[in-house]
Design a binder for this molecule. Structure first.
Ligand code: GLU
Length: 322
């Protein structure tokens, strides 16, 4: 069954049943697209996934889930972990300090590009590209053990089951020379804030933690709710920092398709080459996605299609003011 995106009405005040129906439509929309994408191949361990897999989960402020497909399948968080790293850096260093060391501009280049660092600026453009995330990890690496950052990820994702995937970690290390080059380039410029190997260990490990679509829905919910877990009432992040996170996700979260995603879908989100996408929506609510078949930019092809449908039908674009 397929539900073409623009042939259905927008729903301005959806009931819970409406939302369930729209997420279901989005699931089938996405599932229909999986065959058009490809698995990431440059990290060998990522080629072992089922390219047709797809799961979507929405978590609301009461913790209620609406989910379809593979929402419990574990997969590596990859670049979605850049959100956790940035959140922790903002929490413990403050925004001023963080942005003394990394920019907040979209780069318009591929996630693993190094070109602007040489040609334009000694500081990485933003914390969502590899070189920027490596820089953020250097702000953390002297003060936090990996296990502590992992614990923070568990809290933000509302998921105690997150663990390090040793096979992916090994695969990352085996193929991570470009990331190593970035860390050493930052060191050579005198801007890296910790030892490059220690920094890279944290960066690679955070890319290799095993989440699922539910974990990402939990992360989206806490971001959407300004850093407070609405279910427990606990505050984990200052709202100011969450606004920064959402802004950076909005402008830089979907690789070099961030502009198009912002125009068409208009919600803060972050994708990873493992097929994960976290999205924070009005509501507040979080949406988590697993769809390892990627489009040409490295975004989950099914995930982007599903989010486009949800944004349109439920009127969730951040610039839908009325
Ligand atoms: N571990 C991957 C890398 O560093 C992350 C890429 C991604 O998800 O964007 O290349």
């Amino acid at each position: 069954m397929t539900y073409p995106t623009y042939e259905r009405e927008r729903i301005l005040n959806p009931t819970e049943e409406d939302i369930r129906e729209v997420i279901k439509e989005a699931y089938y929309n996405g599932k229909d697209k999986t065959h058009l994408g490809n698995l990431a191949h440059y990290i060998p361990e990522l080629t072992k996934r089922d390219p047709d897999a797809f799961g979507i989960c929405r978590m609301d402020r009461e913790g209620k889930l609406i989910e379809f497909g593979e929402t419990e399948t574990r997969f590596s968080m990859q670049s979605v972990s850049k959100v956790v790293n940035l959140a922790l850096a903002l929490k413990y260093k403050g925004a001023k300090e963080v942005f003394n060391h990394v920019g907040m501009e979209p780069s318009g280049d591929a996630f693993n590009s190094i070109i602007k660092l040489e040609a334009k600026s000694d500081l990485p453009y933003n914390p969502m590209i590899n070189v920027g995330a490596i820089q953020v990890c250097s702000l953390l690496a002297n003060e936090f053990e990996f296990e502590e950052v992992l614990d923070f990820a568990k809290i933000l994702c509302k998921d105690d089951g997150i663990t390090l995937n040793e096979d992916v970690y090994e695969s990352e290390q085996g193929t991570g020379d470009r990331n190593r080059a970035m860390a050493y380039l930052l060191k050579s410029k005198g801007v890296l804030q910790a030892d490059p190997e220690k920094t890279l260990e944290l960066y690679f490990k955070m890319c290799s933690i095993n989440v699922n679509a539910r974990s990402l829905a939990g992360l989206g919910l806490i971001i959407s709710n300004n850093g407070e877990d609405p279910i427990t009432g606990k505050h984990y992040l200052h709202p100011e920092y969450v606004r920064i996170l959402k802004s950076i996700m909005f402008t830089c979260g979907l690789y070099d398709a961030s502009g198009e995603f912002g125009v068409k879908i208009g919600m803060p989100a972050k994708s990873g080459v493992g097929g994960g996408v976290v999205c924070a929506t009005k509501g507040p609510a979080g949406i988590g996605i697993y769809g390892p078949a990627l489009d040409q930019y490295g975004n989950s092809i099914a995930g982007v299609a599903a989010l486009e449908h949800i944004s349109y039908r439920l009127h969730l674009h951040v610039f839908d003011f009325v």
